[in-house]
Design a protein around this ligand. Structure first.
Ligand code: NAG
Ligand code: NAG
Ligand code: NAG
Length: 579
């Protein structure tokens, strides 16, 4: 790099002094006011004019056609504090042109055609605080010793209107940096700096430029975050580092930064992930317009302002990572929603900008937004972007609608509640119905109905069998249905009495004649069908006995069914018995 500096210096000596001062008569500028401010701007002067007053403090010579500043041109301006020479066509300045301006605080030489800087210009400017050198075509700041007096330097390659590709690359060689010991602000933005050339300018990170507070290398071609952190780590007054709009694609797991760094701007790069490389001392961090998909697991205890707009985040970063955060900008990401719980974790948050996201307008989200910021409550967090940035992305019918104007029906919002209530009611009604059925012996009636229907079918089959000639004869004269409590009377009195009568009757008794292993209802029906009559022993016990009652009602049904059809047959049989 040393050889590069030498090369550039050679260029400077061969080109810088080539033009000769124009021989031009000096005009007089009369535009001075009582504050000793002479406004000689935009008057086509080709040389520095004289003025009509003495002790001028501010001289504005911007936007003229001055091409050279000669040794004596500024002789009468010894009281000058501000000299504005921007946007002329200055190619050369005499080495001693500024030597009498010992009170000059601000010098603007931007947008001229200076090819190089001569340190001797500045050697007597002991009060100079602001120097603007933007928009010249210099190759190097030169080797002079007095640059160490400057406190504010802005250096940019190219002229005002030239596109960046046409401008020459600006390199500040390390030996020059060594001279800038008082420099507090260095703006090298909008150049074609690479990691290599910046390493040269910052002298491999050896702590040259030790008073630097602000370093702006925005909009260059830098690629390595780990390198820039190494280059600045010994600048122990650095407060603000702007490395935005560079080609950073990843963050190393760890980095070392100066302890003073509070502002870091890494926006407009291509970072996909954050890592603990971020300095813990940060108060303002701009990671906007990267490709971040998540921001978690990196805690920044001192952070007050976090810029995350223009990424691909789907959730708010967890608030507990940033206990001091006051401002959060997270517009134009892919957030679906956020809610009270997310915000609660940000204990100090005052301002939030979260518009232009992919909001899912669920009832929960819409209610939260309207309740929180719809004017009803005075919250501590303010939405600082306007409501027309908050649009629903889904569901489809709401797409494009402003979140605060969405109207959702109670059915949409309380669907689960309503469905649960409906289910509950149905269940209760069902239970009630079942209890009612049980109380009214419905099961009993149903079973009986079923048995009756079965019997009816069986009777039909029997008739078919009858038609085929396999007639099944009636076996008993009567089926006796009685309650177990009346068994004694039935078995000891009724049965002997009937079975020993003349002619003797054959009786069907459940104890004696039912087929074991068959369902009791089948047995009852069978018995009734195979008997001419059914005899019920109606007693109080009978009424309370389920099976007896069952037989009784079955027989009623059967009787009603068969009453008409059997009427004739029975008459015939009775008549035959009478003969
Ligand atoms: C100086 O004069 C120019 C043109 O005459 C004008 O545009 C400019 O505003 C003036 N500046 C001040 C500070 O008055
Ligand atoms: C750095 O330079 C860019 C572009 O010139 C400018 O927008 C930005 O504000 C500067 N940053 C700082 C911290 O001065
Ligand atoms: C970061 O840099 C970008 C681009 O240079 C600029 O627009 C933005 O305002 C800066 N951020 C902060 C917080 O200064």
């Amino acid at each position: 790099m040393g050889s590069l500096a030498m090369l550039l210096l050679v260029l400077f000596f061969s080109q810088g002094q080539s033009s000769l001062p124009d021989v031009e008569k000096r005009s007089t500028c009369g535009q001075c006011d009582e504050r000793l401010f002479c406004n000689c701007s935009s008057r086509n002067y080709r040389r520095v004019p004289t003025v009509t007053v003495t002790k001028v403090v501010t001289l504005d010579l911007s936007f003229n056609d001055i091409t050279t500043v000669a040794e004596d041109d500024l002789r009468e301006y010894t009281w000058l504090q501000t000299l504005d020479l921007r946007s002329n066509r200055i190619k050369s300045i005499h080495e001693w042109a500024f030597h009498l301006l010992q009170g000059l605080e601000s010098l603007d030489l931007s947008y001229n055609q200076l090819a190089a800087l001569t340190p001797a210009w500045f050697s007597k400017l002991l009060s100079l605080q602001h120097l603007n050198l933007l928009g010249n075509c210099y190759r190097t700041l030169g080797p002079g010793g007095t640059l160490s007096l400057f406190r504010y330097v802005t250096c940019k390659a190219g002229s005002q209107n030239a596109p960046k590709s046409q401008s020459s690359m600006y390199v500040m060689p390390c030996p020059t940096s060594h001279l800038l010991t008082q420099l507090e602000y260095l703006d090298l933005s909008g150049n074609l700096l690479t990691d290599l050339t910046l390493t040269e300018s910052l002298c491999h990170g050896d702590g040259t430029l030790r008073n630097l507070r602000v370093l702006n290398v925005s909009d260059n071609a830098l690629k390595s975050l780990s390198l820039i952190s190494k280059l600045v780590t010994r600048l122990d007054k650095l407060v603000h580092l702007d490395i935005s709009q560079n080609g950073y694609t990843s963050m190393p797991p760890t980095c070392s930064w100066p302890q003073t760094l509070t502002h870091l701007n890494v926006s407009g790069a291509k970072l996909r992930r954050v890592s603990p490389c971020l300095p813990l001392t940060l108060e303002i961090l701009d990671l906007g317009h990267n490709d971040l998909t998540a921001f978690h697991s990196v805690a920044l205890p001192a952070l007050r302002e976090l810029h995350l707009s223009g990424n691909k985040l789907m959730h708010l970063p967890p608030g507990w990572l940033f206990p001091s955060l006051e401002v959060l900008l997270i517009q134009s990401n892919t957030l679906n929603m956020f809610g009270p719980v997310d915000l609660q974790l940000y204990r100090r948050l005052r301002a939030l900008q979260a518009g232009q996201n992919r909001f899912v307008c669920s009832c929960e989200f819409v209610y939260f937004m309207v309740w929180r910021w719809g004017g009803a409550v005075e919250g501590s967090v303010e939405l600082t972007d306007r409501w027309d940035n908050y649009l629903c992305d889904s569901p489809l019918p709401l797409q494009g609608q402003r979140v605060d104007r969405v109207r959702l029906s109670p059915f949409q919002c309380h669907r689960i509640l309503l469905v649960s209530a409906l289910c509950g009611c149905t269940l209760a009604a069902g239970t009630l119905f079942v209890i009612l059925l049980w109380k009214l012996h419905a099961v009993w009636y149903l079973r009986m109905m079923w048995a009756w229907l079965k019997a009816k079918r069986k009777a039909g089959n029997q008739r078919r069998r009858d038609a085929a000639g396999n007639a099944e004869p009636l076996c008993y004269d009567a089926f006796v249905s009685y309650s177990e409590q009346d068994a004694e009377w039935v078995e000891e009195f009724l049965v002997p009495e009937l079975e020993n009568s003349q002619p003797p009757l054959s009786l069907c008794l459940h104890k004696r004649d039912f087929l074991p292993g068959h369902w009791i209802i089948d047995n009852i029906i069978n018995a009734m069908e195979r008997s001419r009559r059914t005899l019920f022993v109606l007693s109080e016990h009978f009424v309370h006995s389920e099976w007896c009652r069952y037989g009784f009602i079955l027989s009623c049904l059967t009787t009603i069914r068969e009453y008409f059809s059997s009427c004739l047959r029975r008459r015939r049989e009775e008549a035959a018995a009478a003969y």
